[in-house]
Design a binder for this molecule. Structure first.
Ligand SMILES: [Mn+2]
Length: 329
């Protein structure tokens, strides 16, 4: 039998932004279309349906309703993840109660067996009683990739799962595989830890244990642009972080950002903090006694020797220095 597997929707992520409410809806539209086309009857979700553990916005609840109405066309299991639970170490109080009213959707808040061979286990509960060849859940296992840059250092040992033929998990958002354990990876990147990576969902055959990846392309990508070096086709609809490492004139930066904006990114964020200002070599002969110089004069000399950005005037800078000295007199 075939199933569609997906995980970590995090409905309600980036609470004030319409795109982020539409994204999980578009993602589920995509996978339900695939299920219909391939005549797949079962959908299993591996945890973290909602994003915020403490409170849900009206918009998040409404997005969840739209998503569940689509999933209800199939036999769907939604496993409770850590983000769905109010407390860290127990899922007793969880937000999935808001979607526990659809005829064909089973909310998994206790370990259970589905289709005779698949054990389903929510966050923080004991899976060991599930004597099935396949185990799915929301597990915290050591030494797996958490995102594109870091791996988990805490969590359970992979050896605890050795009795299962295959373990499939949500929780870490980057896809990875080690031994008999597979982390699915989420449907779309959530932040700049997810730069340039491919995201989507899986078609799983519970007899052959084959997993086929289906990319969900219709999501904003996180793109980093260093200085002014960018590929025009990568900007549209994406979240762009421009990291400036060199000095540019104000006009230069305005022209550049206007050009970038005309390519219709979803968001642009400019990081000015990494601009390198060249070390200034003061040419002071050894026989000058600095302490004898006027402090104001030292600043003026300094300003004469350095190259300041085009949009600043040396004269204005000197005036500011003078004013500072006057005000502290
Ligand atoms: Mn998650």
């Amino acid at each position: 039998m075939k199933h569609i597997l997906f995980t970590d929707l995090h409905v309600g992520l980036n609470i004030n932004n319409e795109t982020w409410y539409n994204l999980p809806i578009k993602a589920v539209e995509h996978l339900t279309r695939t299920a219909r086309r391939k005549n797949i009857k079962s959908i299993i979700f591996c945890g973290d349906f909602y994003h915020d553990r403490k409170e849900l916005s009206v918009k998040a609840i409404d997005s969840a309703r739209i998503i569940c109405e689509m999933l209800n066309e199939f036999k769907t299991h939604i496993i409770c993840g850590n983000h769905d639970a109010y407390f860290k170490n127990t899922i007793e109080l969880n937000s999935l109660q808001t979607i526990d009213k659809f005829e064909n959707i089973t909310i998994v808040t206790k370990p259970m067996v589905a289709y005779e061979k698949i054990g389903l286990c929510p966050w923080s509960l004991n899976y060991r009683e599930l004597n099935t060849p396949i185990l799915m859940g929301h597990f915290d296992i050591k030494d797996f990739k958490m995102n594109d840059n870091t791996s988990s250092i805490h969590g359970e040992d992979i050896k605890s799962f050795k009795d299962y033929k295959l373990v499939i998990s949500g929780h870490f958002h980057t896809h990875s595989k080690k031994g008999n354990v597979v982390y699915l990876g989420n449907m779309y990147g959530h932040n700049f830890n997810d730069v340039d990576s491919t995201r989507g969902y899986w078609i799983f055959d519970d007899e052959s244990l084959d997993m086929e990846f289906v990319e969900f392309e219709d999501s904003p990508k996180f793109i980093k642009v260093i200085d002014m070096d960018f590929v025009e086709s990568k900007i549209k609809g994406n979240i762009v972080k421009v990291i400036l490492t060199k000095e540019y004139s104000e006009q230069n930066i305005i022209d550049y950002l206007t050009k970038l904006n005309s390519l219709e990114p979803l968001e642009i964020d400019v990081d000015y903090s990494r601009i390198k200002i060249d070390d200034v070599q003061m040419d002071i002969s050894e026989d000058i006694n600095i302490s004898s110089l006027d402090e104001k004069q030292i600043f003026h000399d300094y300003l004469d020797k350095i190259t300041i950005p085009d949009h600043l005037k040396v004269k204005t800078c000197k005036k500011i220095i003078d004013d500072l000295f006057t005000s502290t007199d």
